[in-house]
Design a protein around this ligand. Structure first.
Ligand code: IPE
Ligand code: IPE
Ligand code: MG
Length: 263
């Protein structure tokens, strides 16, 4: 079938620009190739709040709420891995009160959502340096990891205190350590070896990277892994991001011609 023309970031099944309802769109999208691994830079919370004259933390709260339905839809579509950029190594530069509010929301989100995530078969993992997060966040994360460990549904990979450059530096350190200890020869260092020392070791690279809020940059996210990832940027701010937008992104992905440098 032919898809209606989609205007970047504005399509919404409810607005009637599309003859099908969201459930139909979901069914049609499901018949196409579903990306195994989708990564999202959950950006635009602050702008969402400012537009409403609210404090930035209200934007973060609305962002956490937007996540719930997106996770559910990702699982329904059969996406295997959803990697979510929730807090970068650079986000510590923000005012202390905002960082504390973000950490508090993380605790609250995990506390409120864990039962549902367990029931939905979601498995939670963390990439980044969670050991540097406040103790309450760490214990809530450990609880979530433990409770979802044996689930085999959608893998939700939370990027927390994550930096792509730091990840690569960490990999280099681990590789050089092995070499210095005599457990690795120079000839052993290839792309596969580097990959196996990243936080995402064992996971396929993202097929699709979604960036809400219109920024055309990667902000230190998954630098190694996105070599051949398809990008989809929308002006929609993360708190306004709905399952429709995920469907729209997947549908755009399905129309892409991925050549990986070949023909
Ligand atoms: C994303 O929203 C949340 C985090 C980075 C933790 P922002 O807070 O960056 O929102 P904007 O970019 O200021 O709108
Ligand atoms: C990227 O957003 C990080 C997260 C969404 C967690 P930022 O708001 O930190 O990125 P920049 O500063 O606009 O590049
Ligand atoms: Mg931002």
């Amino acid at each position: 079938m032919r898809w209606p023309v989609v205007r970047r970031g504005t399509w919404d099944g409810r607005e009637g620009r599309c003859s099908e309802g969201p459930d139909q769109v979901k069914e049609t999208v499901k018949t196409g190739h579903i990306p195994r691994h989708v990564a999202i830079i959950m950006d635009g919370n602050g702008r969402w709040a400012r537009q409403r004259g609210l404090p930035r933390t209200a934007g973060h709260r609305a962002g956490a709420e937007a996540l719930r339905e997106v996770v559910k839809t990702a699982a329904q579509l059969g996406i295997e891995i959803l990697t979510l950029y929730a807090f970068s190594t650079e986000n510590w530069k923000r005012p202390r009160a905002e960082v504390e509010a973000l950490m508090g929301l993380l605790v609250e989100y995990l506390g409120k959502e864990l039962d549902r995530l367990v029931k939905e078969g979601v498995r939670i993992q963390v990439i980044g340096h969670p050991e540097e997060l406040p103790p309450q966040v760490r214990s809530e994360l450990e609880r979530a990891l433990e409770a979802t460990r044996s689930n085999d549904g959608l893998l939700v990979n939370l990027a927390l205190n994550y930096g792509g450059r730091r990840e690569i530096a960490d990999a280099i350190r681990a590789i050089v350590k092995k070499a210095l200890e005599g457990n690795l020869r120079l000839e052993d260092i290839d792309e596969g070896l580097v990959q196996s020392h990243l936080y995402t070791a064992g996971l396929p690279d993202p097929d699709l990277l979604i960036r809400p809020s219109g920024e055309m940059r990667v902000s230190n996210f998954l630098l190694w892994q996105i070599a051949y990832t398809e990008f989809w940027v929308t002006d929609v701010l993360w708190p306004d991001f709905r399952p429709y937008h995920l469907l729209e992104a997947v549908r755009a992905y399905q129309a892409r011609d991925r050549r990986f440098g070949g023909l």
